[in-house]
Design a protein. Structure first.
Length: 246
């Protein structure tokens, strides 16, 4: 029970990586709050995760919504020890083709949301004597990709913010780290409707020859949330089947 007596907020918790992290955290003894914008999806996920999971509808890009999420967590579980900033959108486009609305939405959720949630939980982690913030970035935090100009830029910001926040809060025993996944088999990826040839090409980009699974990322998140990583902060952990090693 590596996360016994810990309370975690997980954004984007209704499916994919977020839901897998929630399930892994509960297996390790944590109480979890999953947040997202799709109430039906959240409720279904909460049933799967179990009794130690609370689903809260929230828009991470809204300061008011974030405050309600934090209040709901404290009302139910009384403390906050872990935050997983997982909520994100991937809107494809180049610098020319991407609309202003798509660019702004990408940064509003992927970057502003991370900042708002982190700002909101920091006082409560400080009160608890420390905590762990786990940001879900991407291999595109470090590498380029065609047709991903806003997404790559936003995930680069996530990695940079992770390192800056780690330095700001290290003396308070609040650790901040990020995970950079490669392509993971989630609903976000499924929406691109890859044909068999395109899928094989993208799998071949990973030396291990397959897409990641949400549980691959969840295992790393458990380590970073637990006391096992007590001397780890400002770190970037790639979970990408070798994608970024090439």
């Amino acid at each position: 029970m590596r996360l016994a007596n810990k309370v975690a907020i997980i954004t984007g918790g209704g499916s994919g990586i977020g839901k897998a992290i929630a399930m892994a955290f509960v297996r390790e003894g944590a109480k979890v709050v999953i947040a997202g914008r799709d109430n039906k999806k959240l409720d279904r996920a909460a049933v799967e995760v179990g009794a130690d999971c609370l689903a809260v509808s929230a828009d991470v890009s809204s300061a008011g919504s974030v405050e309600k999420l934090v209040s709901a967590t404290l009302d139910r579980f009384k403390q906050i020890n872990v935050l997983v900033n997982n909520a994100a959108v991937l809107l494809p486009g180049t610098a020319e083709s991407l609309s202003e609305e798509a660019f702004d939405q990408t940064f509003s959720i992927n970057v502003r949301g991370l900042w708002l949630l982190s700002r909101a939980v920091l006082p409560h982690m400080r009160e608890a004597g420390g905590g762990s913030i786990v940001n879900i970035a991407s291999v595109l935090s470090m590498l380029g990709a065609r047709n991903r100009v806003a997404y790559a830029a936003s995930k680069g910001a996530v990695m940079a913010m992770t390192k800056a926040m780690a330095l700001d809060h290290a003396a308070e025993n609040i650790r901040v780290n990020c995970i950079c996944p490669g392509i993971v088999a989630t609903e976000m990826v499924a929406r691109f409707n890859l044909d068999e040839n395109a899928r094989r090409q993208r799998e071949a980009m990973h030396p291990m020859g397959r897409f990641g699974q949400p549980d691959d990322v969840a295992s790393a998140a458990v380590f970073l949330a637990s006391d096992e990583s007590g001397w780890t902060t400002g770190s970037v952990i790639t979970v990408d089947g070798g994608y970024s090693a090439q």
